[in-house]
Design a protein around this ligand. Structure first.
Ligand code: NAD
Length: 326
């Protein structure tokens, strides 16, 4: 990877992935693209930044040509909860955006990273130790676009030799950019609520167990997979990966070890609960371990400790800035 394009660079994954890629490959070699009109943060100031709607194939093509990109991390998407609210728009962005990326990758010989999700599984999939190769009949529009995306990426690899690679991410937990409307967003929101209000009202049931991962592991996995020796990859789209698997109740208990006054209540949102109930509780990620050496660094305890430290520091900085401004 010498010249990299990131779509959806302003999102929860994109902000941290772009920063890590720029640190590793040089800021000038990582072109961030975003759909949001107003971007005045580090992303636009530190390296190249272009406005892009991924449905606009000619604009995407122009950026790839202008910057001579050889790799595309395609993150632009609508997530599970938003996609259920706007299914036609989600189909348009998730599928037409991906086919544009794959066609341009075919003509310009780019490698493509495509993030799939635990949402690519459905209620008939084995829910525990979910195998790498198994039944995938998701019941959400988001999940349907993820399975279709996995298949399309494999198609472009087998038919045209495009170097496509992907991961089935679990719920991702981070503290730089807020999540964009997923079913696992509670696992981020709970930290901000714990620090600001000592209380969180959770939209999933207390015993809803799901796979999760800290963002630094998610970013490291994407880069490690894209750098892996192609000859070692038997699977491509997409590898199961996980780092931890917990319920809201277990996460709250871990937070309470450090913030004993923290309390949780539960007001279950039926839409998000139904989505969560259709997803696996724990994936088997042995194929990723065997084929390209996947290994998570953060477990539940380490993740909670780091989240609380990072958010406390950033909240103090915000309060300090407010004080100076006044
Ligand atoms: P996010 O919602 O935070 O970011 C998505 C980005 O896509 C946003 O910056 C948004 O502006 C952009 N976007 C939306 N419509 C666009 C369009 N028409 N053209 C260009 N950009 C557009 O999502 P994220 O959490 O960063 O997820 C990135 C990818 O990872 C997605 O494909 C998502 O399905 C996948 N994923 C995320 C998680 C998670 O927990 N965050 C888990 C599994 C898979």
């Amino acid at each position: 990877m010498k010249k990299i394009l990131v779509t959806g660079a302003t999102g929860q994954i994109g902000v941290e992935l772009t920063q890590t890629l720029r640190d590793k490959y040089g800021a000038e070699n990582v072109v961030a693209t975003g759909h949001d009109r107003q971007q005045t943060n580090e992303l636009t100031q530190v390296g190249p930044y272009c406005h892009l709607d991924v449905r606009d194939a000619s604009a995407l093509n122009q950026i790839v040509e202008d910057y001579q990109c050889d790799s595309i991390f395609h993150l632009a998407s609508l997530l599970s909860v938003v996609a259920e609210a706007k299914p036609l728009e989600a189909w348009d962005i998730n599928m037409n955006g991906l086919i544009n990326v794959l066609e341009i990758a075919r003509t310009h010989r780019c490698a493509v990273f495509f993030p799939s999700s635990i949402g690519a599984f459905g209620p008939e999939t084995p829910g525990f130790d979910t195998p790498q190769d198994t039944l995938q009949r998701p019941k959400t529009l988001y999940g349907i676009t993820k399975v279709s995306g996995e298949l399309l990426c494999d198609y472009y690899y087998h038919r045209y030799g495009v170097d496509t690679r992907g991961l089935r991410y679990p719920g991702l937990i981070s503290n730089k950019a807020l999540p964009g409307g997923g079913t696992t967003d509670y696992a981020v929101d709970i930290f901000y609520a714990a620090i600001k209000n000592q209380h969180y009202d959770c939209f999933l049931r207390a015993d809803t167990q799901l796979d999760m991962m800290y963002m630094s592991d998610a970013i490291a996995a994407a880069i490690k997979l894209m750098e892996a020796d192609s000859a070692c990859l038997k699977h491509r789209n997409a590898f199961n990966i996980t780092a931890m698997s917990f319920t809201p109740e277990q996460l709250a208990a871990e937070i309470q070890k450090q913030l004993p006054d923290f309390t949780v209540s539960y007001s279950v949102d039926p839409v998000r609960q139904a989505i969560a109930d259709s997803w696996p509780r724990h994936m088997d990620d042995n194929a990723a371990r065997a084929e390209w050496g996947w290994q998570a660094q953060y477990d539940l305890t380490a993740m909670v400790k780091d989240m609380l430290e990072q958010i406390t520091v950033s909240e103090q900085r915000i309060k300090g800035d407010d004080h100076v401004a006044r």
